[in-house]
Design a protein. Structure first.
Length: 438
């Protein structure tokens, strides 16, 4: 289908003026008229996020969400056309007037396998089972059989809600030296180093690491314990070395070590000699003993920094620790707006929801919006009438969804009180005192 020039022009104008609500409404109305309700819903959701009481947007949303009217000629059991005759029913017996040669032939070797007969019949449309596509390369073996998902991140720090202190620390440690090479050389700042992000689960540590890579224009490589462990002796250490080598080849690269407490657990508490050897290999890779780490920025994330081997926090390795906290009020508002933007909403008091979601992580807020959408959809199915997601749905979701950060904060409180040797967790202590939890 050729593109509609009017819709293309309106979409281009909207890209230049994304906050022009009348223009967005006009485009959504034309999309609804042309039967493109899915595209219209995205535009109408943005209008209602900015102006929940907009009657025209609500009316268009109802029209876009309404199921299309069935075509009588194509409905099951509808009258067949005059040209179809009695033999037009799919799978029905051939008409007496249909010659025997018109029936689909079935090979003798397919008689006992009806699926094979269908495969033969649809061979021009659906490729056979268990056969590689013609353009797929043959499998390789040896050192070249490891495929690393080295990607280019499109996320920027501006896409991360809140976290002003964390962004400032990242700017000082990584982004500033990269943007100012002359100052970097003058001050003798190297393009290597490591930083550990720690905090409650679901607060955006992985998303933040991707944002750092996008802000730097660097490649991004994520590493977890499943990418490394192998049942054969020595293979785990080799896998870890190959992952670091891939990051060095793609420098500048952000190497993200997810769940670093699993990969670099305290060796004094590890009974497995294989895991202790793997921890030693990780230390050697961070030191650059196995290769030059210039341009490789190591970011690690953990929910339990107190389980990480202290040797990993030695200067020159993961020597900086940054606390990633649950989102504050401004960040919660931004996260809620993001997760409600593409959904049909009306009459939602975001300020009231923000005030009721203290201690909620970003993942908790996404789950809250998903739960409210489930309630609205179930009610629409039950009533047979499509309706918007409203404040009652969010209030009901708030009764079911609980913040997942509180158990972590309770554990962190004990660590801050009794295990803050050398002031490692001073940032956590300051936060807990601010919250009057100490």
């Amino acid at each position: 289908m050729s593109p509609d020039p009017l819709l293309v022009s309106l979409a281009a104008a909207l890209e230049a003026r994304p906050d022009d609500l009348p223009l967005r409404l006009h485009l959504a109305g034309l999309l609804v008229e042309r039967g493109r309700g899915g595209e219209a819903i995205a535009h109408l959701g943005q209008v209602l996020a900015r102006d929940p009481g907009n009657v025209e947007a609500q009316t268009l949303m109802q029209q876009a969400l309404a199921p299309p009217a069935p075509d009588p000629s194509s409905a099951p059991g509808g009258p067949p056309s005059a040209a179809s005759g009695p033999s037009s029913t799919p799978g029905g017996p051939p008409s007496a007037t249909t010659p025997a040669s018109a029936a689909t032939p079935v090979a003798d070797d397919d008689a006992g396998d009806p699926l094979a007969a269908y495969e033969r019949e649809l061979a021009d449309i659906v490729p056979p089972r268990f056969v590689r596509a013609g353009d797929e390369p043959d499998p390789v073996s040896g050192d070249a059989d490891r495929v690393f998902d080295v990607e280019s991140s499109t996320v920027r720090l501006a896409d991360v809600g809140g976290m002003a202190a964390v962004k400032e620390r990242l700017e000082m440690a990584f982004l500033g030296p990269l943007r100012n090479p002359e100052l970097r050389r003058m001050y003798g700042k190297s393009l290597r180093g490591g930083l550990m992000l720690y905090g409650p689960p679901g607060c955006g540590k992985t998303f933040l690491a991707r944002a750092v890579a996008g802000e730097m224009g660097a490649r991004f490589l994520s590493l977890s314990i499943v990418d490394v462990l192998d049942m054969w002796v020595g293979n785990s250490e080799r896998n870890l070395h190959q992952l670091f080598q891939a990051a060095r080849r793609n420098a500048p690269c952000v190497l993200f070590l997810d769940e670093i407490d699993a990969l670099g657990h305290k060796r004094s508490q590890t009974s497995s000699s294989a895991l202790r050897t793997l921890g030693n290999q990780l230390l050697a890779e961070l030191d650059g003993m196995e290769g030059d780490n210039e341009g490789v920025f190591v970011l690690a994330a953990t929910n339990t920094p107190w389980d990480v081997d202290p040797a990993l926090r030695r200067p020159g390795r993961l020597d900086r620790m940054v606390l990633v906290l649950p989102p504050d009020a401004d960040a919660r508002r931004a996260i809620l707006e993001y997760h409600l933007r593409g959904r049909p909403i009306a009459g939602v008091d975001l300020g009231r929801v923000v005030a009721a979601t203290e201690d909620f992580s970003g993942a908790d807020l996404a789950h809250l919006c998903e739960t409210a959408a489930e309630f609205a959809m179930a009610d629409s199915v039950r009533r047979g009438e499509v309706r918007m997601i409203g404040q009652p749905d969010l209030d009901r979701a708030l009764k079911e969804v609980r913040p997942s950060t509180r158990p972590w904060l309770a554990t962190a409180r004990n660590v801050a009180m009794f295990a803050n040797e050398g002031g490692v967790y001073d940032e956590l202590v300051a936060y807990l005192r601010h919250r009057r939890m100490l």
